[in-house]
Design a protein around this ligand. Structure first.
Ligand SMILES: C[S@@+](CC[C@H](N)C(=O)[O-])C[C@H]1O[C@@H](n2cnc3c(N)ncnc32)[C@H](O)[C@@H]1O
Length: 267
C-alpha cells in the first residue's frame, strides 16, 4: 500500500513537471499551415511596418530603457516581424517558436534579407530558453504569447526567467489591465506579475487612447533591489472581479445567442 502511494506521488510529480499547455501552439500552427505560405508572412511584416507596430507596441520605449544588453530573445516569435526590427539594434537576436512551419518561413525571409545575426530556435518557450544557455544579460520579449497560455505554464516559464543574469530586461506586450474571460485568454493583473517576477523591478506601460499597446516591462535587479510590490487594494479587487463578471456574462450571452440561432435554423 505504502509502495503504491509512493509510486502514485512520484508519477503525479513527474507528470506535473513535464506538463505543458500547448493549446495556443496547436491553434497557431494550424493557422500558419493554412495560410498561403511565405507570401502571407511577407505581407504581415510589411503591414506591421506601415502600422508602426514596433513603436505603437512600445518596444522602442522598452529598448530605450535598457543598457549594455547585446542579446534579444523573442519568445513565440511567430512570423518574425520583431526579430527583423531588433536585428540592427542587438549583436544577437534569437526567436523561440514551436511552430516548424513558422520557423521555416522566417528562415527563408532571413536568407532573403541577408540578415546574419538572427537565430531561430524551433522549440517551446521553456526548452528554447534552456537551449540558449545564456551567460550574459539579455532582453526578453513576447508579443501576445503569454496571454494565450495557462497560468501554471507561464509560471514555469517565469521561474526559468528568474535564473537569468541581473541586468537583463523583459518587455511582455501583453494585457494586464482587463479581466478578460474568453477562450484561450488568460490575463493577469499587476500583482500576479510582481509575485512571479520577484527579482525584477516592474513597470507597466499603459494602453493609450491613440492606439498604443501597453505591457509589462521589468529590469532584473535581484531580490534586494525591488522598491515596489503592486499589492492590490480592496477597490482594485472589486473592480477586477466585476470586470471579469462583465466579460463572463458577455461571453455567456454570445454563447446563448449562437445556440438559439442554431435551434431556429434547424426548426
Ligand atoms: C498571437 S501569436 C504572436 C506571434 C508574434 N509574437 C507576433 O507578434 O506576431 C502567438 C505565438 O506564440 C507561439 N506559442 C504558442 N505556445 C507557445 C509556447 N509554449 N512557447 C513558445 N511560443 C508559443 C505560437 O506558435 C504563436 O506563434
Amino acid at each position: 500500500m505504502i509502495m503504491y502511494s509512493i509510486i502514485l506521488i512520484i508519477s503525479y510529480m513527474q507528470n506535473n513537471m513535464t506538463k505543458k499547455d500547448l493549446k495556443s501552439f496547436e491553434a497557431h500552427n494550424a493557422d500558419y499551415e493554412t495560410k498561403v505560405g511565405i507570401e502571407s508572412f511577407r505581407d504581415t511584416i510589411k503591414q506591421y511596418n506601415i502600422e508602426e507596430k514596433f513603436e505603437c507596441s512600445q518596444f522602442s520605449k522598452a529598448i530605450s530603457k535598457i543598457k549594455d544588453v547585446n542579446v534579444h530573445i523573442d519568445v513565440g516569435s511567430g512570423g518574425g516581424w520583431l526579430l527583423f526590427k531588433t536585428s540592427p539594434l542587438f549583436k544577437k537576436v534569437y526567436g523561440i517558436e514551436p511552430s516548424k512551419i513558422a520557423c521555416d518561413n522566417v528562415s527563408i525571409l532571413i536568407k532573403e534579407k541577408g540578415v546574419s545575426n538572427i537565430e531561430l530556435i524551433n522549440s517551446d518557450m521553456i526548452e528554447g530558453l534552456e537551449k540558449i544557455n545564456l551567460q550574459e544579460p539579455a532582453f526578453f520579449t513576447t508579443a501576445i504569447v503569454l496571454s494565450h497560455i495557462k497560468n501554471f505554464y507561464v509560471k514555469k516559464f517565469l521561474k526559468k526567467l528568474n535564473g537569468v543574469p541581473n541586468g537583463s530586461a523583459i518587455y511582455f506586450c501583453e494585457r494586464y489591465d482587463r479581466n478578460i474571460q474568453q477562450k484561450l485568454w488568460y490575463v493577469r493583473r499587476k500583482y500576479w506579475w510582481a509575485k512571479n517576477l520577484n527579482e525584477w523591478q516592474l513597470e507597466f506601460f499603459g494602453f493609450e487612447d491613440n492606439g498604443y499597446r501597453g505591457g509589462i516591462f521589468a529590469l532584473k535587479v535581484g531580490k534586494g533591489g525591488i522598491t515596489n510590490n503592486f499589492k492590490p487594494n480592496i477597490k482594485e479587487d472589486v473592480l477586477w472581479f466585476f470586470d471579469g463578471l462583465k466579460n463572463k456574462s458577455l461571453r455567456l450571452s454570445r454563447f446563448c445567442h449562437r445556440i438559439i440561432k442554431k435551434c431556429l435554423k434547424k426548426s
